[in-house]
Design a protein. Structure first.
Length: 430
């Protein structure tokens, strides 16, 4: 595609030709590490917090689905706007700031509607920053190095998702084993120590620290080379001009997406299955550790999965990752009350999400050029968001009305259909 396909290219953050780990790639990885530290620190305890304030499983599924859908539709508008105005960094900074604010706002929730509002704010920020960051990342390296760059970014992103739940686990342990120390720490906020679910509220409040640091790293470390604005771009015209092959790719992604439910439902499944033998609080702590394990595997798997992608057909390679997801969904459908069962399937969850996130991001630029990359990533976000909303809502409703096994079996059947569609697509290369 023009200049980027030549032997020598000029992109922001590069020091010499052939070095894929440049300033921008490193900065995006660090920013995402800090932001996911913030986000996953809160996510690891959100299901337990909602139980503490009396919210239902259906409410959790609804909140996660609406939040994902909000984020996804914003991605499309943000991506198109960045293509039109010719720059992306400023709006990315705003996105990271909104994510942090939304998470900290949960501290003050006493009923699920405020949690819904807070998650919408946070995921609004994620929607703004996602396609802009991915488009800048794709333009920071040669096409042949995109798998490595996206794999590195996802690894950094998920390293934060490892540290965050570990921090949450440590704070929960402090609250249960050293109540006097915990009370002394939160004594400067009088209402907090008497509030329902106060240990979880402390975690939400402390997430402010890594969240603000992520905003700072995005602002001061990432470099962008602005493009000339294209005021002639029209929204629907740009969407209609997307290649037919890309639309087929999106169809397969969308079918799989309506099976790919929010990870909070995995955490809740582990908590409810293990609670009769471990007790509710200990089951919550173990579930937080299992989610951490999932993120450790995610972090470790992301780079090798991305680095190997250039050796295979990317669509079939992505289909293999979807297949791992289907096996994982089946494991949660037929869960047994032993920790080792969940160790296996949380690990597989880490593998498949690394595969999915890395390869979907890489594949987009095989179909489109940089002038419409923001819009293309935004369209992908909308498709995934519709799937996330449908999957989380349906699994949550089936769980509440029929039982968790039926909810997860729905994911198995639909996920298998998406896997088959992706495997049948022809390969596309930039």
């Amino acid at each position: 595609m023009g200049q980027r396909d030549s032997a020598v290219i000029t992109v922001p953050g590069r020091r010499f030709v052939g070095a894929w780990l440049n300033r921008n790639v490193f900065a995006f990885g660090l920013t995402s590490f800090l932001s996911d530290f913030c986000h996953e620190m809160a996510t690891a305890v959100l299901p337990q917090f909602m139980q503490a304030i009396g919210a239902s499983v259906a409410a959790l599924g609804f909140i996660e689905g609406v939040s994902d859908a909000t984020s996804s539709f914003v991605k499309l508008g943000a991506g198109f706007h960045s293509d039109r105005i010719g720059h992306r960094k400023g709006w990315s900074i705003i996105g990271y700031a909104l994510t942090t604010f939304g998470i900290v706002l949960i501290t003050f929730a006493f009923a699920w509607p405020l949690i819904l509002f807070a998650r919408i704010v946070g995921w609004l920020g994620r929607g703004i920053r996602g396609p802009l960051r991915d488009a800048m990342l794709a333009d920071s390296v040669l096409p042949k190095d995109r798998g490595k760059a996206f794999g590195f970014h996802r690894a950094g992103d998920t390293a934060g998702a490892v540290v965050g739940p570990l921090a949450a686990f440590g704070l929960l342990s402090l609250a249960t084993s050293r109540p006097k120390v915990a009370n002394a720490v939160i004594g400067w906020i009088p209402w907090l120590s008497d509030a329902v679910g106060w240990p979880f509220r402390v975690i939400f409040l402390l997430s402010l620290v890594p969240g603000l640091l992520s905003v700072a790293t995005m602002a001061f470390l990432v470099r962008e080379k602005p493009r000339a604005p294209n005021n002639q771009m029209r929204f629907w015209g740009t969407i209609r001009a997307m290649p037919r092959a890309y639309r087929s790719f999106l169809l397969a992604v969308g079918v799989f997406g309506i099976a790919d439910f929010a990870p909070t439902l995995m955490i809740l499944r582990a908590t409810t299955v293990l609670a009769p033998t471990l007790g509710s609080l200990e089951a919550a702590r173990v579930a937080a550790l299992l989610y951490t394990l999932r993120n450790v595997v995610y972090a470790l798997a992301s780079f090798p999965i991305g680095a190997l992608s250039d050796r295979f057909s990317r669509t079939r390679y992505l289909a293999a990752g979807y297949g791992v997801a289907v096996v994982t969904f089946a494991g949660f459908a037929f869960a047994v009350p032993t920790v080792w069962w969940f160790v296996i399937f949380f690990s597989l969850a880490g593998v498949f999400i690394a595969w999915e996130d890395t390869m979907e991001g890489v594949a987009v630029r095989d179909y489109v050029k940089t002038e419409v990359a923001g819009t293309a990533y935004g369209v992908l976000g909308v498709v995934n968001g519709i799937g996330d909303f449908g999957s989380s809502l349906v699994v949550g409703l089936l769980w509440t009305s029929v039982g968790p096994t039926v909810g997860f079996l729905y994911a198995v059947v639909v996920g298998a259909a998406g896997t088959i569609l992706m495997a049948r697509l022809a390969e596309a290369r930039s």
